[in-house]
Design a protein around this ligand. Structure first.
Ligand SMILES: CC(C)(COP(=O)(O)OP(=O)(O)OC[C@H]1O[C@@H](n2cnc3c(N)ncnc32)[C@H](O)[C@@H]1OP(=O)(O)O)[C@@H](O)C(=O)NCCC(=O)NCCS
Length: 396
C-alpha cells in the first residue's frame, strides 16, 4: 500500500475519471451515453482513488434489479467503470476502491459485475454465475428440420416507433430469466438513439419484432462475407424464439448470424445440420457476490429438496460463517447455525452455484467445494439446477 486515499467522487472528478476509463478500455462513450449510465449510479455509489490532488482510480456501482431463479427480483449493486491509472497499478488502488464500494452497498443483498479479466475479482468474493457462448450460425445450407413450426408473426420495424412493445417484451423476458435486469428508461433512450459511436463499424440497428419477442441486429463486413450480428434477442415463448430464428437464418446474402447466448440455445436443435451452429468461444458473463447469504439463498426457488450446512469463507468482507439451508417443495429457509457443516466453500463459489450455470460437483472435483458425502453433492446439483438458463440481461 502507498499513500493512495479513497473518497466519494465529486462533480469535478468526472473528467479525470473519464480519462482513466478511456485509457483503460480504449473507448470513449458519447457524452449522452455517459450521462445515461451516470444517471444509474446509486446514491454515493461512485468512489475515486487519489494520489495527492490527482485522481488515479475510479469505481462505481449502479442500482439494478436482478431476476433470480423462480422469478423473484433482488436489488443488485452493479459494479462498473472500474479502472486504475496506468501510473498507479498494483499498489492497492482497486482493493481500496472495492472496499469503499462494499461499505456503501448497505441494503443490497447482492453485488454483480462483468470482469475484464478472470483473475481479478475472485479475491473480493465474486464468482462467475452465467456463461456466455459466442455462437455463429453459418447460414449457407442451413435448413430447418422437418416438423419445426413456421409460426410467422415477425415484422421488420423501426424500433423507435415500437418502444412500448419492445419495453413490454423485454420486461416479461427479464422477469422469467435468471440474470435478467430491468432496463431503465434512460438506457432505452440510448438503445433507440443508436449512436454511430456505438455501432463498432456496423450498420444501423435493425429490429425484428414479434408479439412475444424481438431481435436487434447489425450488419458487419463487406459484400463477400457479411455477418448479421444479433446484439440482443429476447423471446418470451418458444414460438417467438423459433419465429425469430426462422427470419434470422433466412437472411439471404449474409454468411453468418452471430450472437452471444447461453449454452444450449435452441438453434442447434432446429437445424438438420447442427454443426452449422458453431461455438467460437465460451466465457463468463455476470459475476455474483453475496452480501447477505441467507436473503439471497432464500430468494430463489430450487429444483429438489435439500438439507445442508454450509461453512462459507469470506476473507475479504468477513460475512461468511455457517448457514443451514433447507429446501422443501422448491422454497428454502436459510439461517445461521452452530451445527456442524457438511459443505465447505468460498463465498465466490456460492455465487457461481446460484444460477445453476455451474454445478457443485464440478467445484467438488476441483476441490473448491469440500463435501465428503457424495450423495449430498448430487443433491446440491439437483437442487440448484434451473429450468430457465441464466443469461445476463445486458452488459454494464
Ligand atoms: C484491473 C485493475 C483495476 C487492477 O487495479 P490495481 O490497483 O492494480 O489492483 P490492486 O493493486 O488493488 O490489486 C489487488 C490484487 O489483485 C491482483 N490483480 C490486479 N489486477 C489483476 C489482473 N488484471 N490480473 C490478475 N491479478 C490482478 C494484484 O496482483 C493484487 O494481488 P495481491 O493482493 O496478491 O498482491 C487495473 O489493472 C486496471 O485498471 N486495468 C485495466 C482496466 C480493467 O481491466 N478494469 C477492470 C474492469 S472489470
Amino acid at each position: 500500500m502507498s499513500d493512495i486515499m479513497f473518497r466519494s467522487a465529486e462533480e469535478a472528478d468526472w473528467p479525470a475519471m473519464g480519462l482513466i476509463t478511456e485509457t483503460a478500455f480504449g473507448f470513449r462513450q458519447p457524452d449522452e451515453a455517459a450521462e445515461a449510465w451516470r444517471s444509474l449510479i446509486a446514491a454515493d455509489g461512485a468512489v475515486v482513488a487519489c494520489d495527492g490532488d490527482d485522481v488515479v482510480g475510479t469505481a462505481v456501482f449502479l442500482d439494478f434489479e436482478l431476476t433470480v431463479p423462480g422469478g423473484a427480483v433482488l436489488p443488485m449493486a452493479g459494479v462498473s467503470m472500474v479502472a486504475v491509472a496506468p501510473t498507479h497499478r498494483r499498489r492497492g488502488a482497486l482493493t481500496g476502491m472495492i472496499d469503499e464500494l462494499h461499505r456503501r452497498m448497505g441494503p443490497y443483498p447482492v453485488a454483480g459485475l462483468e470482469a475484464s479479466e478472470a483473475e481479478i475479482y475472485g479475491r473480493f468474493g465474486y464468482g462467475p454465475a452465467t456463461v456466455w457462448e459466442r455462437l455463429e450460425v453459418h447460414r449457407g445450407g442451413a435448413r430447418f428440420r422437418p416438423g419445426v413450426p413456421d409460426p410467422g408473426g415477425v415484422r421488420l420495424v423501426q424500433p423507435a416507433e415500437h418502444r412500448a412493445h419492445l419495453e413490454d417484451v423485454d420486461e416479461r423476458w427479464r422477469r422469467q430469466t435468471p440474470g435478467g435486469l430491468h432496463t431503465p428508461s434512460r438506457l432505452w433512450d440510448e438503445v433507440l438513439a443508436d449512436r454511430e459511436a456505438s455501432r463498432h463499424g456496423g450498420s444501423p440497428r435493425y429490429c425484428l419484432l414479434h408479439r412475444d419477442g424481438y431481435a436487434f441486429y447489425r450488419l458487419h463486413g463487406g459484400d463477400e462475407k457479411t455477418t448479421a450480428e444479433v446484439t440482443k434477442m429476447a423471446a418470451v415463448t418458444a414460438e417467438a424464439e423459433i419465429a425469430l430464428w426462422r427470419v434470422l437464418v433466412g437472411l439471404d446474402l449474409k454468411e453468418i448470424v452471430g450472437l452471444h447466448t447461453h449454452p444450449g440455445n435452441v438453434i442447434r436443435y432446429l437445424l438438420t445440420d447442427p454443426r452449422l451452429a458453431r461455438t467460437r468461444e465460451m466465457f463468463d458473463g455476470l459475476w455474483l457476490r453475496m452480501l447477505d447469504v441467507p436473503a439471497v439463498l432464500q430468494a430463489r426457488t430450487y429444483a429438489a429438496d435439500l438439507s445442508a450446512v454450509f461453512e462459507v469463507t469470506d476473507d475479504f468482507l468477513g460475512l461468511g460463517g455457517r448457514f443451514a439451508l433447507t429446501v422443501r417443495d422448491g422454497r428454502a429457509t436459510c439461517e445461521r447455525t452452530e451445527a456442524a457443516a457438511n459443505v465447505h466453500l468460498d463465498v465466490s463459489v456460492l455465487g457461481s452455484l446460484y444460477f445453476g450455470a455451474h454445478r457443485a460437483s464440478s467445484f467438488a472435483a476441483a476441490r473448491q467445494l469440500r463435501c465428503s458425502d457424495v450423495e449430498l453433492v448430487i443433491a446440491l446439483d439437483r437442487a440448484f439446477a434451473t429450468d430457465v438458463p441464466a443469461e445476463l440481461g445486458f452488459g454494464f
